[in-house]
Design a binder for this molecule. Structure first.
Ligand code: NAD
Length: 482
């Protein structure tokens, strides 16, 4: 088996070949070290100056991957990008261009807290590529946001927009903060100041933010208003994911969940499996997870497990998702819901089902639990839920993966429709939005699986190859101003 291991120390990347085996963790090691690569040799490093650590691995020792290395999203993105680029025989210049974000903005800015004190916050906006159109990507608020994470998410947006063939490049933003400990007033002041710090770099033709983790329609309304105040007129198309009343699109809120449902339908069709009685476990019951669950239940799927941060629920006969949505709305948790049995979330991920949908956050399927996954199909509602090492293990188990850059692309597709509608000043019926979205997702699924068959690679690498191919072709057609 060939294992591609995430970049060790950001100076060297390559393919480590050998046999992946497991051994018991030694004293003081985390469980990840139990993955070893025997008979390892390292081939074709694309950069100069292979670090000393790699020489050891190239000599045939048994390297191990630490959890830190495995779960760094930028490393995960780079590992897949490098593998796909190599398969495509991508020219060196384009390789360098596409493996580097084109702009990384870091801002430190003050916000007045409710107490009257000033606190400093740090925000990021990374723009990966504008080759195919304005940058597009969400903004997340969380205490653990890092530049590497935002970088990875920005690149994923470039690949995602290219996979579904919409005219955007990729970007992402984030602010280090704990939104759960902030009042609405503090969140509003932070959002407006962050917007003003990056205002020269965003705009309908430059970079169009959207909601992501812990940001929502209200956040987008504040960004739109701040931008408009600076411009001196209302500019609705500067962000997507806005409230309907100020230029939002019908169907946007459930669009990511709808896309997840469509690719589940297509996966079953491709594998010749029935929807009827198909058991589904979903991790995360937020925007993506709850909408996917509801739409899938309405479509005949049986949602047998929901795993949340604070615990999970299981019911082999299917959970009534409408009741659970109402319960969560009232109680702000799924715990205590009577229509299912309380079950630890980790157990649910490893339970018997046909489809597993990680729809919460990154790095939930790693070398620690990939071997225990029993689902036939994994559909990545979240961004980056599977590490590169786990990919290898799932591939070994013949699990069919619908990668994030395809599976959760329904959100950015509906965002594209919102941007188009704002610029037209003409708003579509919800049925039109849903129909166009389903057509794009179905066609994109088809493109990816055909590409995988034609190039004898798995769906993730096929999606990357297809995306890189499209972006590289556009860059060549435009010519490089260098
Ligand atoms: P959200 O904040 O609405 O929901 C996330 C849910 O996951 C929450 O209920 C949270 O409690 C739960 N959660 C967080 N960590 C968890 C863990 N370790 N185990 C179990 N549950 C956990 O966020 P969302 O908008 O639904 O986004 C979820 C994922 O989907 C993120 O990776 C996001 O980047 C991605 N995504 C979202 C959209 C969108 O349109 N919202 C589009 C594309 C991708």
């Amino acid at each position: 088996m060939q294992a591609y291991i995430p970049n060790y120390n950001q100076t060297g990347t390559g393919i480590l070949s050998g046999t992946l085996r497991r051994r018991a963790p030694q004293d003081g090691e985390n469980a990840v070290s139990s993955i070893i690569c025997e008979g390892a040799h390292f081939r074709e490093d694309r950069r100069e100056g292979i670090p000393k650590e790699w020489e050891r691995h190239m000599a045939g020792n048994t390297p191990s991957v630490t959890l830190d290395q495995e779960i760094n999203p930028w490393e995960a993105q780079s590992a897949r990008f490098d593998f796909a680029a190599r398969k495509l025989n991508l020219e060196a210049g384009l390789w360098k261009m596409l493996s580097t974000p084109s702009r990384e903005i870091i801002v430190h800015f003050p916000v007045t807290l409710d107490s009257g004190q000033i606190e400093m916050f740090t925000g990021f906006r990374v723009q990966h590529s504008i080759a195919r159109g304005p940058c597009k990507g969400g903004i997340r608020y969380a205490p653990d946001v890092t530049l590497d994470e935002v970088r990875a998410l920005a690149s994923w947006m470039t690949w995602k927009c290219a996979v579904v063939n919409i005219p955007f490049g990729g970007a992402k933003g984030g602010v280090i903060c704990d939104p759960k400990k902030m009042s609405q007033g503090e969140l509003e002041r932070m959002t407006r100041r962050y917007t003003s710090e990056i205002i020269d770099f965003i705009g309908p033709e430059k970079d169009v933010p959207a909601p992501d983790m812990n940001t929502n329609e209200q956040t987008m309304a504040w960004i739109m208003d701040t931008y408009s105040m600076h411009m001196g007129h209302t500019v609705t198309s500067v962000v997507t994911g806005k409230p309907l009343n100020i230029g939002g699109s019908r169907g946007r809120i459930e669009a990511t969940g709808r896309g997840v449902r469509v690719v589940c339908d297509e996966s079953l069709r491709y594998l010749n499996l029935p929807i009827d009685g198909c058991r589904v476990v979903i991790q995360g019951f937020g925007n993506v997870g709850s909408n996917a669950a509801r739409l899938m239940m309405e479509h005949g799927y049986k949602i047998v497990g929901i795993a949340e941060r604070d615990g999970g629920l299981a019911n082999p006969n299917g959970i009534d998702i409408n009741q659970l949505i109402e319960y969560k709305y009232r109680n702000d948790t799924i715990l205590g819901f009577r229509g299912a049995e309380a079950t630890p979330s980790e157990e649910l991920l490893e339970s018997e089902c046909e489809i597993l949908i990680p729809a919460a956050t990154e790095n939930v399927i790693t070398s620690r639990n990939a071997d225990a996954i029993k689902a036939r199909i994994v559909v990545e509602g979240a961004n980056g839920p599977t590490t590169a090492v786990a990919d290898e293990i799932l591939a070994d188990k013949r699990i069919f993966i619908v990668p994030d850059i395809l599976a959760n692309a329904g959100g950015v597709t509906a965002s594209y429709f919102e941007w188009v509608q704002d610029r037209q000043g003409y708003f579509w019926k919800e049925a039109i939005v849903n129909e166009q979205l389903e057509t794009i997702l179905r066609d994109s699924f088809d493109d990816v699986v055909r590409y995988a068959e034609a190039h004898n690679v798995n769906n993730r690498i096929a999606a990357y190859m297809l995306a890189i191919d499209r972006v590289a072709f556009t860059i060549k057609q435009r010519g490089i101003y260098a």
